[in-house]
Design a protein around this ligand. Structure first.
Ligand SMILES: NC(=O)c1ccc[n+]([C@@H]2O[C@H](COP(=O)([O-])OP(=O)(O)OC[C@H]3O[C@@H](n4cnc5c(N)ncnc54)[C@H](OP(=O)(O)O)[C@@H]3O)[C@@H](O)[C@H]2O)c1
Length: 316
C-alpha cells in the first residue's frame, strides 16, 4: 500500500481548517492523513481531532520556526489567517509571509491559501463611494489577504488561491442572525439591496479544499472560488421564514447605515457588503456553484444548511 500523504492544516480547530481535517479523517481509504496545527495541543478540539485519527502538532502563524517544523514532511498545507482574532491587516500579511516561507523551507508540494479579493483593485483608495479604513484599506480583512497572494508566488510555493464565501454560520456565531425589531418581528439586516450574496456552510470550505488537493496539480497557480449558493437578502429571509416557522423580513439598509452600527468591524463589514453589492456580477462569477459542487458533491444549499442548523441560530 502506498504511503499516505500528509496534509498540514492551519486553523484545524476552527471553521475552515476543521472542515478540511474532518473531511480527510472521514475518508480513511483516501490518499491523505491530517496533521492538525494548533497553538494548544491539549485543547478539547485538538483532542477530538486526535481521537478521530489526526496527528496534532503545535505551531503559531506568528512564529515561522514553529511552522517550519509543523510543515516538515507534509505533502500539502492549508493556510489561513485569523483577522477577527486581532483586527490587523498587517498581522495577516505577516502570518501569510511566515506560512509561505515555512512551506518553501519544508518543500511542501501544494499549498491552498485561503484568500479574498484585494478590493482596492476595484475600488481604489481615491474612490469615495466607501471610506478608506486603517489608513490604506477599503475592506481590511479582504485587502490584506489579496495583497498577500504574491507572497506565496514570490516564495516559489506551488499554490492554489482559494476565494471563500460568507459563512452562513455567521448567523450563529457572528451576531448576524435575524433580530427582533421594535414591532417584535424578526428581520435579517444586510446592506445588499437586491443583489446576491454568495454564501457557504463553513464546513464545506474544507470539503472543497480536499477536492482541490485530490485533483493533484490541476489548480496550482490558479485562483478558484467556491460558494454553496448565491442568494439575495430577500431569498435568505424567505428561506429563514420557512426553516424557523416564523416570519423573517429582509431589512435592507444602506452601507453607510451598516458601517455606523458601531460593533467592532462594522465599518470593514459595511464596506465588504458594499463591494459585494456593487460588483455582484464579478463577485458571484468568481464563485461558481457547479465548480464548487464538482469539488464537493455533498455541498449544502442554504435550505439544507438551515434544516441542519436552524436550532443553533440565536433568536432574541
Ligand atoms: N466568517 C466568514 O464569513 C468568513 C468568510 C470568508 C473568510 N473568512 C476568514 O476566515 C478567517 C478565519 O478562519 P476560520 O473562520 O476558519 O477561523 P476560526 O474558526 O476563528 O478558527 C481559527 C483557529 O485557528 C487557530 N488560530 C488562531 N490564531 C492562530 C495563530 N496565531 N496561529 C495558529 N493558529 C491560530 C485557533 O486554533 P488554536 O486555538 O487551537 O490554536 C482557532 O481554532 C478570517 O481571516 C476571516 O477573514 C471568514
Amino acid at each position: 500500500m502506498a504511503k499516505k500523504k500528509i496534509i498540514a492544516v492551519v486553523g484545524a480547530t476552527g471553521a475552515q481548517g476543521g472542515g478540511l481535517a474532518r473531511a480527510i479523517l472521514s475518508d480513511p481509504d483516501g490518499d491523505y492523513t491530517a496533521r492538525v496545527i494548533t497553538r494548544n495541543v491539549d485543547s478539547e478540539k485538538a483532542k477530538e481531532l486526535e481521537n478521530l485519527g489526526a496527528e496534532v502538532v503545535r505551531a503559531d502563524v506568528d512564529d515561522v520556526e514553529s511552522l517550519k517544523k509543523a510543515f516538515k514532511g507534509a505533502h500539502a498545507a492549508y493556510c489561513v489567517t485569523f483577522f477577527w482574532a486581532h483586527f490587523s491587516p498587517e498581522k495577516e500579511k505577516a502570518g501569510a509571509a511566515a506560512m509561505a516561507k515555512a512551506a518553501k523551507h519544508a518543500g511542501v508540494e501544494h499549498v491552498i491559501w485561503s484568500t479574498l479579493e484585494d478590493t482596492r483593485k476595484w475600488v481604489p483608495l481615491s474612490d469615495n463611494r466607501m471610506p478608506t479604513l486603517m489608513g490604506s484599506y477599503k475592506v481590511p480583512h479582504f485587502d490584506a489577504k489579496g495583497q498577500a497572494d504574491h507572497l506565496f508566488t514570490a516564495a516559489g510555493v506551488p499554490t492554489t488561491f482559494l476565494l471563500t464565501s460568507f459563512y452562513w454560520d455567521n448567523l450563529i456565531y457572528f451576531g448576524m442572525g435575524p433580530k427582533k425589531g421594535p414591532d417584535g418581528k424578526l428581520a435579517l439586516t444586510l446592506p445588499m439591496g437586491d443583489k446576491k450574496l454568495p454564501g457557504i456552510a463553513a464546513e464545506d470550505i474544507g470539503k472543497c479544499a480536499l477536492g482541490i488537493f485530490k485533483k493533484g496539480g490541476e489548480y496550482i497557480g490558479k485562483t478558484v472560488g467556491i460558494a454553496g449558493e448565491h442568494l439575495t437578502g430577500a431569498q435568505m429571509a424567505a428561506a429563514l421564514t420557512k426553516a424557523l416557522g416564523q416570519e423573517v423580513r429582509y431589512n435592507d439598509v444602506a452601507p453607510e447605515v451598516y458601517r455606523a452600527f458601531g460593533f467592532p468591524g462594522a465599518e470593514d463589514l459595511g464596506n465588504m457588503f458594499q463591494f459585494k453589492r456593487d460588483f455582484e456580477e464579478y463577485f458571484c462569477g468568481a464563485r461558481n456553484l457547479e465548480f464548487s459542487r464538482a469539488l464537493n458533491p455533498s455541498l449544502q444549499t442554504f435550505d439544507v444548511y438551515l434544516a441542519l442548523n436552524k436550532s443553533r441560530i440565536p433568536l432574541e
